[in-house]
Each structure stands twice: as structure tokens, then as C-alpha cells.
Write a protein that binds this ligand. Structure first.
Ligand code: AMP
Length: 538
């Protein structure tokens, strides 16, 4: 039996995101759409639609037109959601920018995306974003015409000067969103997604969770990422469920408070978030009895952590989802009424309208059930492509339409999948993807570094942590801190190596190829990380 499986067939929704919101606002006008707890803002679906229309008028008034790219560089807030809905209504493309990006990364995205407008908060407790933007723009050629500071006069002024857009004929197949995901080339690639990709993936996620308009989804995951903006925002919009944002950035305590105060029925998170919530000293104080289901995803999910979410957090119908930005994102998931064993130890099976196969190395033939290979998927969920990267797109999506995920997996005879490793060189630290090549290329700009290799080391809390093995130029000396200081403010905090080893040479094959797995093994042993390396995941 071959490792091929196809989820149940359902009609594909051929609607735009604007139509999805309109439908829900008509069906459930008074139902909560968004609760942004830190901002003290609550919007019903009719208010969310009104807000989206107002922001869309504002964007039109600025002169933004269908096809233009508009960036949102902000942590979780109501304005992010308004921009998501507003940009979709006028045929523009929302560019999600990771709020952790610093000058080096922001400059890259500004240039690459050709964005005409960027929305940001001037500053927050974490950073001064306007300063970072100015650093990134210095000497950079990019078509950025409008910088709008959220919550200030520039935002309100834009809303006041709004102009009604003409009636536009938008198609479900239009690109509506670009989400950056670090590429193996060392620079992030923009994943182009259509209304059809996103609305249907949101629908599929809700189908899996048996979601309805009475559900309230607690979303501590970031909105710039597909977990927040598709499985959170768009899924809620399709079903008329409420989206509860506990805090701008993840805080375990704020998340627990939000679940209790808002009687959330659904909770999302990457494994690191659930670990932080369960281990919080005040965890016992909260009444989390409203929780019914949720999704853990984004990184290998430890079986023991899943069991604690079910048994200790009391989230009886908890599930694991698996996917990636390029697949809108969700590919497989378990069902809320699957056995506990299936829900904690597998990533589920192929979801509606989704084909999945496990391909062998070489010619990519489908392997036998139980054998490991690369997980590939096909269907409505496959991205339009990488923005302006035809070669990378052709490498990711083959001539038969299969998206190659770069993840290694096995399929069981009952059609359930397990993720067993990665064919791609990627580190996932606390749910954030990191491509070693990107950090290596950045560290090569350090004047004292001759050679550097970056690998992930196991970490019980974060899943993985970044190690840089550095060979300095002859006669140079440096400290770990001086290398980290070099990174600060220029690359995102999560990419800054937690571990740095100074070495004289690297393990190599006879043909001179670096053996990263041996660097990893050596460091696990030297740093006593064997227990973290042995954690079992689904
Ligand atoms: P992203 O594009 O940021 O959503 O990251 C997608 C990658 O995260 C996948 O290609 C996997 O390597 C990993 N991933 C996502 N969900 C899971 C999961 N449930 N188990 C293991 N790895 C996962």
C-alpha cells in the first residue's frame, strides 16, 4: 500500500475575503468578532465590517490601487485585522512583516516586496520601530510612499480623508497576501496567497474543530504568521467565531487571563507557548473549564505536552495541526473526536480537499506505508508561488502540482501521519523558523569571522536553540557577547545565537563537505543536552 491519502471532498468556496466577511456580518451582526484585551477594544461582526470599509476608503484616499502592496509591521492589534480585511476589499496585497524584524531584515523586505505603504506603531516596550525603519531606509531604493503610524494622527487623518472606491471586480484567485518565510537561499521568500487559498484553509480548520459562531478562539500566536492571520482571523471570519487577542506579543499570564475572562472555547499555540502556560506559577489559579478544543502546531509537538494540555489544562478535544506557509497553511490535522492516542501522537490525516503523499528521495516515487519520505501536498491550498522567484517556485511545486514541504514524515495504514524529521535545513525555535544560511551570511559580515556554521540544538522549552560554530580569522580574538552585540538591532532577537562555540576546524567528509550533524552531536554531548534530544514528538 502506498503512502497516499486524500481528505474528503467538499465544495471549494469561490469567494473573496471581503465576501466572507460580508456574509458573516449579515448572518451574525451582533456576535463578537474581535476582543483585543490590551487595547480594551471589542468589535461585533457588523462593527468589524464597518471598520474594514472605513480603512479601505482610507487606503483608496491615499491613492492605493488594486495590485499595490501594503505592509503591516505590527504586533497583534485590532488595526492589523482591519488592514487585513481592508486591503482585501480593494484588491491590494497585504504584506505581513514580522514585528521582530530589525533593520537588516526590514530593508530586505521593503526592497523585495515593492510595498507602497507601511503601517506600524511608532514604538512599544520592545522597540522604536520608526527608528529601525529609518535605519533600514537609509540609502535604500524602494517605492515606499506612505508611512502610517497606527493610533496617531497619520492613521486618523487617513481615515478622515477616505474616498469611496469604485465597484471593483475581484476574483477569488487574486493574490491577496504575501507572507515571508525564510528561504534556503539565506533570504526570506514571499509566499503569494490568494483569497481562495486563505478562505478555504480557514474553512477547513473550522471544519476540523467543529467550529461555530458561539466559539471564542484565544489567539496568542502572532497575526503576521499564518497561524494567527489564517487559522485565527480568517477561520473566525468564515464561521462567525470571536477572535480573542490576549496581548500584543505572547505572554503566558495574559493568555490564561484571556481564556478565563472571555470564556474561550478554543486555544491556539506553538508548543513553547503551551509549555509556558502550563509551567506558569499562577496556572492553578485560572478557571479554564470553558476550553473545548484547540490547535498545537508550528513545530514538532511533544507528546507529553499534548497530554498535559488535555489532562491538566482540561482541553478535552485538543488537536495537532501540521502545515506550512506555502500551503495556506494547514495540510493535516486530527479531528476533535479522534482517540486521545491519535490526537497526541500523530499530526492527523489529510484534511478536506487535500491530497497528501510521502515521496521517496530521487525520482520522488510514492513510498510504501510506514516508510519515511518527504511529505508533499496538492490541492486548493498550494500557494500561487514565491513572489518574483520562478526558479524557487519550480523547485517547490513540481509539474504535477505537488508542493514539496521539505518535511520528512511517515503515513500509517489508517492514513494518519507523523513528522519524523526535516529534509530542509531549518531550525524552529519557539515556533519561529530560522534558516541557518541567513545567520551564517549575516555573521560573515563580522570583520573577525573567517568561517561559521549554524545548527539547531535541542531545547526542552523552545524545541530548538541556535548554535553558531565560529572560526575566527588568524590572530583575532572575540567573546561570545561581542558576537551577540554585533547581531543586536540588526537581526531579529530569535535568530541571535544562544550558543557560540569558537573552533579551529569543522568536521568534514573526505570530499570537503561540512558535516553539520556531527557539529550538532558534538555540541549535544559537550553541553549535556541528551535529555532534550530524547523528547518524543508527534
Ligand atoms: P511555517 O511556514 O512558519 O508555518 O513553518 C512550517 C514548518 O513548521 C513546517 O514545514 C514544519 O517543518 C514545521 N511544522 C509545522 N507544524 C508542525 C507539526 N505539527 N509538527 C512538526 N513540524 C511542524
Amino acid at each position: 500500500m502506498e503512502s497516499y491519502s486524500c481528505g474528503p471532498d467538499y465544495p471549494i468556496l469561490e469567494i473573496t475575503l471581503g465576501q466572507a466577511l460580508d456574509r458573516t456580518a449579515e448572518r451574525f451582526p451582533h456576535q463578537d468578532a474581535v476582543v483585543a484585551r490590551r487595547q480594551g477594544i471589542r468589535l461585533t461582526y457588523s462593527q468589524l465590517r464597518e471598520g474594514a470599509v472605513k480603512v479601505a476608503r482610507g487606503l483608496w484616499g491615499l491613492g492605493l490601487r488594486p495590485g499595490d502592496r501594503i505592509g503591516a509591521w505590527a504586533s497583534n492589534c485590532v488595526e492589523w485585522l482591519l488592514l487585513q480585511h481592508a486591503t482585501a476589499r480593494i484588491g491590494t496585497v497585504l504584506i505581513n512583516v514580522n514585528p521582530a524584524y530589525r533593520s537588516h531584515e526590514l530593508a530586505f523586505v521593503l526592497r523585495k516586496s515593492h510595498m507602497k505603504a507601511l503601517f506600524l506603531h511608532e514604538a512599544d516596550a520592545r522597540s522604536n520601530y520608526l527608528e529601525i525603519l529609518n535605519q533600514a531606509r537609509a540609502g535604500l531604493e524602494c517605492p515606499l510612499e506612505h508611512v502610517v503610524l497606527l493610533g496617531t494622527d497619520s492613521w486618523h487623518g487617513m481615515l478622515e480623508k477616505g474616498v469611496d472606491p469604485p465597484s471593483l471586480s475581484l476574483s477569488a484567485n487574486d493574490a491577496v497576501n504575501i507572507q515571508y518565510t525564510s528561504g534556503t537561499t539565506g533570504s526570506p521568500k514571499g509566499v503569494l496567497l490568494t483569497h481562495r487559498n486563505l478562505v478555504n484553509n480557514g474553512w477547513v480548520m473550522g471544519w476540523t474543530l467543529k467550529l461555530g459562531e458561539r466559539d471564542r478562539i484565544c489567539v496568542p500566536v502572532p497575526l503576521y504568521h499564518c497561524f494567527g492571520c489564517v487559522l485565527g482571523s480568517i477561520c473566525a471570519t468564515v464561521y462567525g467565531a470571536a477572535l480573542v487577542l490576549p496581548s500584543p506579543q505572547f505572554e503566558p499570564l495574559a493568555t490564561l487571563e484571556a481564556v478565563e475572562a472571555e470564556r474561550c472555547t478554543v486555544i491556539y499555540g506553538v508548543p513553547t507557548m503551551f509549555i509556558a502556560e502550563l509551567d506558569h506559577p499562577e496556572f492553578r489559579r485560572f478557571d479554564l473549564s470553558s476550553l473545548r478544543t484547540g490547535i498545537m502546531a508550528g513545530a514538532p509537538c511533544p507528546i507529553e505536552v499534548m497530554k498535559r494540555v488535555v489532562n491538566v489544562m482540561g482541553c478535552r478535544e485538543m488537536t495537532i495541526g501540521y502545515g506550512q506557509t506555502e500551503s495556506s497553511p494547514v495540510i493535516t490535522g486530527s479531528l476533535t473526536d479522534d482517540s486521545l492516542e491519535l490526537r497526541v501522537s500523530t499530526v492527523g490525516r489529510a484534511l478536506p480537499n487535500t491530497e497528501v503523499k510521502i515521496a521517496g528521495p530521487g525520482l520522488g516515487e510514492t513510498v510504501e506505508v510506514g516508510e519515511q519520505g518527504e511529505l508533499c501536498t496538492r490541492g486548493y491550498l498550494v500557494m500561487k508561488g514565491y513572489d518574483e522567484e520562478p526558479e524557487a517556485t519550480a523547485r517547490a511545486i513540481d509539474s504535477e502540482g505537488w508542493l514539496h514541504t521539505g518535511d520528512l514524515a511517515t503515513m500509517r495504514p489508517d492514513g494518519y501521519f507523523r513528522i519524523t524529521g526535516r529534509a530542509k535545513e531549518m531550525i524552529i525555535r519557539g515556533g519561529e523558523n530560522i534558516y541557518p544560511r541567513e545567520i551564517e551570511e549575516f555573521l560573515y559580515t563580522h570583520p573577525k569571522i573567517a568561517d561559521v556554521y549554524v545548527v539547531g540544538l535541542p531545547d526542552a522549552r523552545l524545541g530548538e536553540a541556535v548554535l553558531a560554530a565560529v572560526r575566527l580569522k588568524a590572530g583575532e580574538t572575540a567573546t561570545e557577547d561581542s558576537i551577540r552585540d554585533f547581531c543586536k538591532g540588526r537581526i531579529a532577537h530569535f535568530k541571535i545565537p544562544q550558543y557560540i562555540s569558537f573552533v579551529d576546524s569543522f568536521p568534514m567528509t573526505v570530499t570537503g563537505k561540512i558535516q553539520k550533524y556531527r557539529i550538532r552531536e558534538r555540541e549535544i554531548q559537550a553541553r549535556g543536552l541528551e535529555a532534550a534530544a530524547a523528547i518524543k514528538t508527534a
